[in-house]
Ligand binder design. Structure first.
Ligand code: HEC
Ligand code: HEC
Length: 427
């Protein structure tokens, strides 16, 4: 049956393999759907073991709102032993049978509202196109899986893998990757690294002139994806980076940079400069973690804040800060996956990932003004706010500028760790 393998190992005949395996997967899905009628009980068992997968890292948080199409089939999948501790090889077991239907459902639940339902990109800022052929032909399955599991910490791209406290098991990631792969129509290639030795120092002026306006002076990303993210640099080889520069990404702002602007030497120098931004990555799993929903609201005896909302939906950071200073009563929800919260969050906020809102909302007081935020700055926070509004919460707003502007533009307080107010010493 379908073998989950890195595209790098099958550059030429890939299209055939993809279509044959897609056909096999579809056939299997059809057969299983027929069989499903008799298997309601085993589905139930399987669902509880799926919730158990993420229990290990989420300490009791269950996978919420999985699409029902996915659930129907989930019961018939073979789960791999020990899959939630797969570490760097997460998603790379050979014998897993991918499930495209579940892959699509999961993609739409967790990815589509930023990367687009067809992978067209840019629904949230800098969420690049995942259906771009110039990207897909060099992005191996491993690259896609590791990017999904580890995310790009410090950007709106969260770590989604359960080993990072996110909602996705390794097999779920494989299903999503298989779904993304269905957008590829051109054959995969193994991109060539620059043929010359590069120098980061020599690459600097060229980078400043040609690249920094979109990617940032130190590769931190401005109007385009970041290039300095340790997880990105840890996952790609020089060929991947060189290919993006040589051919660009059709239909996006990323042009093809060739001679005379970027010679073969210039290419090598740019790759060397981008490489020089590598830093060691933190491979430790986050500590087990449950949201402190009981630690709401902030300032339970304080006055009601009187926010002036933009479009009846967005609250400016300054107003939230002023309300905190005035010790007014409110609840601030960090709607991102837990790893982002543990890394750094707005002081006083609790972690309640957008896909968990329905499970924990009854522990929140609907009469308290509730603010959701994320880094994107409206996509994830908007999902959480809409979930609360749908549950009848009358006073909900989205932090307009998002987490990064709260921290970087305004310099308002943030803390790290499990505690809303910051690390506590009495543990
Ligand atoms: C909140 C918006 C958001 C969501 C939700 C999101 N992403 Fe992303 N994603 C981004 C952004 C922004 C980037 C670019 C980050 C950077 O600047 O480095 C990115 C980058 C990526 C990349 C790397 C692409 C490259 O060329 O380097 C992959 C792969 C990816 N996302 C897949 C996914 C998948 C799969 C999901 C769902 C499980 C997902 N993303 C959910 C915003 C999002
Ligand atoms: C006008 C804006 C712009 C300029 C200038 C620009 N880029 Fe890009 N670049 C982008 C965008 C947008 C993307 C992501 C496109 C997509 O796949 O959706 C990108 C993608 C990339 C990627 C792939 C990153 C990844 O995570 O997949 C690399 C590498 C890159 N650019 C390097 C460069 C270099 C080096 C230069 C200068 C020679 C440069 N870019 C100039 C906008 C720009």
């Amino acid at each position: 049956m379908f073998k989950y393998m890195s595209m790098r190992t099958l550059p030429l005949s890939k299209l055939n393999i993809i279509s044959v395996s897609t056909f096999l997967v579809m056939l299997l899905v059809m057969l299983l759907n027929v069989a499903c009628d008799d298997q309601d009980r085993s589905n139930t068992n399987q669902e509880s073991s799926m919730a158990g997968e993420s229990d290990a890292s989420l300490a009791g948080m269950s996978i919420a709102g999985e699409a029902s199409a996915a659930e129907e089939i989930a019961g018939d999948m073979q789960m791999q032993a020990g899959e939630s501790s797969a570490g760097m090889n997460a998603g790379m077991e050979e014998s897993y049978q991918v499930d495209l239907v579940r892959g699509e459902a999961l993609y739409q639940q967790f990815c589509g509202f930023c990367h687009g339902d067809q992978g067209q990109g840019y629904l949230a800022d800098n969420a690049n196109a995942l259906n771009n052929q110039d990207f897909l032909v060099v992005a191996s399955d491993e690259f896609l899986a590791l990017s999904t599991i580890h995310g790009r910490p410090g950007t709106p791209m969260s770590p989604w893998g359960d080993e990072k406290g996110g909602p996705l098991s390794p097999n779920m990631v494989k299903d999503i990757v298989a779904f993304i792969r269905t957008w590829q129509v051109e054959p995969s290639i193994i991109p060539e690294a620059p043929s010359l030795e590069g120098s980061a120092q020599r690459g600097r002026p060229l980078y400043n002139a040609a690249c920094a306006s979109c990617h940032g002076q130190e590769g931190e990303g401005v109007s385009a994806v970041s290039l300095n993210n340790p997880w990105f640099l840890n996952t790609v080889d020089d060929g991947f980076i060189a290919h993006a520069i040589r051919v660009g990404r059709r239909g996006t702002a990323m042009g093809a940079y060739q001679a005379p602007i970027v010679t073969e030497q210039g290419l090598a120098d740019l790759v060397a400069l981008i490489r020089s931004w590598s830093r060691p990555v933190d491979t430790d799993p986050p500590p087990p973690f449950t949201p402190q929903v009981d630690q709401t609201p902030l300032n339970p005896n304080g006055d009601e804040p009187s926010f002036i909302l933009r479009e009846d939906r967005f609250v400016p950071a300054q107003q939230v800060y002023d309300a905190l200073q005035a010790e007014q009563k409110l609840t601030i929800i960090d709607a991102r996956p837990a790893a982002d919260y543990l890394d750094e969050h707005i002081q006083g906020a609790i972690s309640l990932p957008f896909y968990e809102v329905e499970n924990y909302a009854d522990l929140l007081d609907p009469n308290v003004f509730t603010i959701t935020y994320c880094g994107c700055p409206h996509a994830v926070s908007g999902q959480a706010a809409d979930a609360l509004i749908a549950l009848g919460f009358p006073k909900v707003a989205i932090l307009d500028e998002g987490f990064y502007e709260w921290r970087d533009t305004f310099g308002f307080p943030t803390v790290s760790g499990e505690q809303p107010q910051g690390p506590s010493n009495d543990k």
